[in-house]
Design a protein around this ligand. Structure first.
Ligand SMILES: C[S@@+](CC[C@H](N)C(=O)[O-])C[C@H]1O[C@@H](n2cnc3c(N)ncnc32)[C@H](O)[C@@H]1O
Length: 368
């Protein structure tokens, strides 16, 4: 591993030729981080790998056709980011549970405690955690994502963020993070690259640090939602391979993690409103926008009551769970529900996700 250079100036020309974000080269990115996100900059080692490696990595990344770029780039990311930015607390229950598993000891959190949100989109996890927990329990969360538009959006909101694939965490040295979260996007990593991705998660974790891996179990209602609904009604389509419990366990076990546990986590969409009609419509509109279900639109391209009825029927068909198989550790519903909750109404669509947790062995154990 190369020593972190005190002075980046010698790398200026080479880094200026590498595009890392739309309209921003590596040199501009690093100098921006130094000024605006010093705690991220401190964790970057621009000399960790040869500059040719960095150039090749970002050339490859630029050619990836992720679904999360903008519409002009044939993606559905604009719609996703709009839904997330307007209403990020709708997914708070699942995100906060995942955060709890990644940071089980809140007393250990300090300004120096660092979490990598490795498929972090435009920073949803950071926004939810910052909004939901007392400041003293909020660690330094770095949003990392392969999509340029996602990272551009996170940076525009003032969040520390970096564009890179989980398979190659280019400028992070070994043992940099106290926790790594791999969530809400794992099925987008090609199956043959998933082990490599988890090896990177292990490499950048400090000994004793926690990993949380999240996605959806093959055959559960939520994978039906993706396979049948997203694939049919989005302009991008949606064909991915999901996970078995055994594959989740193997991904951690095969990468030397210990204390592995595979569990189901309740991960609903919840929206509150002051009347039941608004709660129902608000949640359906959110789902429609988040997943960019454009092919459901009627001829004129304007949503109407028929569209919302059709979407509700689709949600009921694909998001109704066997009540006996719901995780028992959280209050939940097992089908699309609108119900009174105190002086408001709560619309809720259930989902259950698959989670694996593990730990990089503490240093003494690692040395045997
Ligand atoms: C469904 S979005 C979720 C984003 C964020 N976690 C959230 O829940 O709002 C999936 C994200 O995974 C990212 N992604 C897919 N493959 C990736 C990879 N190999 N490395 C890093 N990010 C990746 C995509 O660019 C996208 O932003």
């Amino acid at each position: 591993m190369s020593q972190k250079p005190d002075n980046l100036e010698s790398m200026r020309d080479e880094f200026s030729r590498i595009a890392v974000l739309p309209g921003m080269n590596a040199w501009e990115y690093l100098t921006m981080c130094r000024e605006r996100h010093p705690a991220l900059y401190r964790r970057l080692n621009p000399a960790r790998v040869p500059v040719e490696h960095v150039a090749r990595l970002y050339e490859g990344v630029a050619e990836l056709a992720t679904h999360f770029e903008g519409k002009l780039e044939s993606g559905r990311g604009d719609s996703y980011r709009k839904a997330q930015n307007d209403n990020y607390l709708i997914r708070a229950v699942g995100f906060l549970r995942i955060f709890d598993l990644a940071v089980p000891d809140r007393a250990a959190v300090s300004a120096d405690f660092a979490v990598l949100d490795s498929l972090g989109g435009n920073g949803t996890l950071t926004r939810i955690v910052r909004d939901s927990l007392p400041a003293a329990q909020v660690p330094y969360i770095i949003t990392s994502d392969v999509s340029g538009r996602m990272i551009e959006s996170a940076l525009a909101q003032g969040l520390p963020a970096i564009r890179q694939p989980l398979q190659d965490l280019v400028w992070f040295d070994d043992c940099t993070f106290d926790a790594v979260i791999v969530a809400y996007g794992t099925h987008h990593i090609p199956p043959e690259e998933r082990a490599r991705a988890m090896a990177e998660a292990y490499r950048v974790l400090k000994p004793g640090g926690h990993v949380v891996l999240q996605d959806f179990e093959i055959g559960c209602p939520t994978t039906d939602w993706y396979d049948k609904v997203l694939d049919r009604y989005t302009l991008t389509g949606h064909k991915y391979e999901y996970f078995t419990r055994q594959q989740f366990e193997d991904l951690l076990d095969g990468n030397s993690f210990e204390d592995i546990n595979v569990l189901d986590v309740y991960d609903p969409f919840i929206l509150y409103a002051d009347d039941p009609k608004k709660a129902r419509l608000g949640l359906l509109e959110y789902i429609f926008t988040l997943f960019a279900l454009e092919k459901l639109l009627p001829g004129g391209g304007v949503p109407d009551e028929r569209l919302w009825d059709e979407l509700e029927a689709i949600v009921r068909e694909t998001s109704t769970f066997d009540p006996a198989r719901m995780p028992a550790d959280a209050p939940h519903v097992s089908e699309f529900t609108v119900a009174r909750d105190g002086d408001r109404y709560r619309a809720e669509i259930p989902r259950v996700c698959l989670v694996a947790t593990g730990r990089r062995p503490p240093v003494d154990a690692a040395r045997g």
